[in-house]
Write a protein that binds this ligand. Sequence first.
Ligand SMILES: C[S@@+](CC[C@H](N)C(=O)[O-])C[C@H]1O[C@@H](n2cnc3c(N)ncnc32)[C@H](O)[C@@H]1O
Length: 434
Amino acid sequence: MTPAARIAAAIEVLSDIQTRRRPAPDALKDWGLARRFAGSKDRAAVASLVYDALRCRASAAFLMGADTPRAIVLGMLVRLRRLDATALAGLFSGERHAPAPLTEKETLRLASLPSLDDAPAPVAGDFPEWLAPSLTAAFGDATVDEMQAMVARAPLDIRVNTLKTHREALAEELAHFSPRQTPHSADGLRFAVGEDGRGPTLQSEPSFLDGRFEIQDEGSQLAARLTLAQAGERIVDLCAGAGGKTLALAALMRNDGALFATDVDTRRLVPLHGRLARSGATLVEVRSPKGRYDPARPDPLADLAGSIDCVVVDAPCTGSGTWRRNPDAKWRLRPGALAERRKEQATVLDRAARLVRPGGRIAYITCSLLPEENDGAVSAFLARHAGFAVVPGAEVLAAAGLAAVPHRWTDAGVLLTPRTTGTDGFFIAVLRRS
Ligand SMILES: C[S@@+](CC[C@H](N)C(=O)[O-])C[C@H]1O[C@@H](n2cnc3c(N)ncnc32)[C@H](O)[C@@H]1O
């Protein structure tokens, strides 16, 4: 496919997303199935155009003065790909599979684009208007800058499995992909992503297959460290899911102690078994509920009540900290979903409280920037559980050896963001039981 044909395809996919309110991966998959002639490079290029358009949907529409898929793609090509009017006229030629030629109105608009400095915050920062009060509460005057940093693409990070190797040795083995050390995580390596948004295919590397690394954002690696997990402790990973944090915790504990991993949903734990076998983390005991965890049935963690040093709650959340990777999600998020996540956060924190020993702690983590899910969830928990108190963020960072990591403070914890930390957005609060 020519570059112009790929742009026409991206406009088509965006129309499908907009008219049928479909998730981007589904629309892209259907487009690919109906276009068998498209090779893997074409598919990646079209996906990258679609995701880039979703990253800056509001600002691209503002630039072009219209919110049609075509206008959004045009605005995105100006804003993120830095194409000028001449280049765009060459691509929008109407020839063969190219998009229709630029209209007079589009040509005039491209000749005198408005400045984003004059745009309202949700437009300049590319976020849904209904989230403006929450994001302003989190970031104040820096809201637009923080959210613009969320528009950029995320790098590809891995966590070196220190149970099996060390960072320098793995960097040497993967030297053909030119890794760099992550700036803040001692166990991370970072790989550049190309114009099509794809990084190297690391999952077929022998060092991946034998468990010497896992794909994991640097922010997630830092969040695991901020739990202050130590060798010899008894730790529960209460929302283990596919086990990204479980594996990081096992390495931080140097395979010494006990690490119990569970989740409300047994199916989510399935990938963890294979990942554990590869990683060599022998201290992990997976406690799967029968089907879905139901408080009315016996709790698979009942025997651990009141005995745990640290319960890690990697809570279900809106995922607003990961919008660099999943820009579709920011426009799909609805107030009802936020309310639902807040209920789940309360449930899971109450469950954690029952497990912690006196003097032990809960490490509450979200990959969200929204104060309702972060400080809001913590303060509501503290109001329900008088025996817990927040460990000051400065103390947590120092104890984790991360005092130098750029971050933002909140009342209850530490916030990592793309703009300040260069990672996905994460919130971490440590709550100590007296
Ligand atoms: C952010 S994801 C976990 C990601 C995972 N820890 C990782 O690092 O790959 C949140 C998880 O919380 C689980 N969850 C939701 N409510 C729960 C509850 N009441 N108890 C335990 N897990 C719950 C969800 O099934 C989901 O897998």
